[in-house]
Design a protein. Structure first.
Length: 307
């Protein structure tokens, strides 16, 4: 496996400026976006040797240099040179490397795995959003996953029986199939909101410590707003596998509703199972166009503090 950041450059060479523009023009988002979600949003290609994550590495390298190719035969990126790994790069886009190592897809003929910590992209003002550790912790509560406290502010200590039913129901919650996840939306969502609400949603009124939390303890408009944000967290944290996708609607990122059970149930019911081999890119392009869930505008932290 080549260690050169430009190894997969031929994959993006013909459309370099288009890929750069699409990445740099991702709308502001309060949450960090997992690199796999970014590769799907950009529709980065793969070949028998390299996968989309390596194509993203090559794209980042070109943006850092300000051009693609060699110094003699430069291909313009269409944007100023920018180091996206530098949080203080003066732009509105940067990424950080964080979390447990993951297995990333490579080319169909590659014999080596690509295992590394994921890159998490942030778009917009630095103070417009929550800390990445907290976002990951919320996502783990949503999907019922226990992880080492190394990567979370606090160890996720939910009971095993709660963890199991959250693993089975969170996809139904995302798909808005309330009749299939009544326990999740009536008990788990209120509990998660009460756990993180003071820090993440300071403008809402929390019911405080109660033996059993119910939806009726919250204002319905608060619940609608927060549940929409929780769905954004599920997508941006790549918790829906290949169903973790965004679209741009009216200048805002909104989750796509492409959550086919054949793709997502594998993630929901067997989170620790080995990844299955991804279909060839030409078969993926035959997927029917997905519908779009248009959600109400989310409050920014500046909005929240003033409310």
């Amino acid at each position: 496996m080549s260690k050169s950041p430009s190894a997969a450059y031929p994959l993006i060479a013909d459309d370099l400026a288009s890929y750069c523009r699409k990445l740099m023009e991702v709308p502001d988002c309060e949450y960090y976006i997992h690199e796999s979600v970014i590769t799907r949003y950009l529709d980065l290609p793969k070949n028998p040797q390299y996968g989309p994550s390596e194509a993203l590495t090559a794209l980042i390298y070109c943006i850092k240099k300000g051009y693609g190719g060699t110094q003699r035969e430069r291909t313009p990126t269409g944007c100023d040179a920018l180091d996206l790994a530098d949080e203080n790069n003066g732009g509105r886009v940067y990424y950080q490397i964080f979390g447990e190592k993951e297995d990333f897809e490579r080319g169909s003929l590659s014999t080596e795995n690509r295992v590394q910590q994921p890159r998490w992209f942030h778009f917009g003002k630095r103070d417009n959003g929550i800390e990445l550790k907290q976002q990951i912790e919320i996502s783990h509560h949503l999907i019922g996953k226990k992880v080492s406290s190394t990567f979370c502010a606090n160890d996720v200590s939910i009971p095993s029986f709660v963890m199991k039913h959250r693993q089975k129901m969170y996809v139904n919650f995302y798909e808005r199939k309330s009749h299939l996840c009544a326990q999740y939306i009536n008990h788990d969502i209120p509990a998660i909101i009460n756990t993180f609400g003071g820090d993440v949603w300071p403008q809402i009124k929390l019911p405080g410590k109660k033996e059993t939390l119910r939806r009726r303890f919250f204002d319905p408009s608060d619940l609608e707003m927060i549940e929409n944000e929780l769905r954004v967290i599920l997508v941006s944290s790549n918790n829906l596998g290949k169903g973790s996708k965004f679209d741009v609607v009216l200048g805002e990122l909104v989750p796509s509703s492409d959550t086919r059970e054949s793709r997502i149930r594998i993630v929901a019911n067997a989170q620790d199972a080995p990844r299955t081999t991804e279909r060839q890119r030409n078969s993926i392009t035959s997927t029917p166009r997905h519908n779009i869930i248009v959600t109400p505008r989310r409050l920014s932290l500046s909005d929240r503090s003033s409310s």
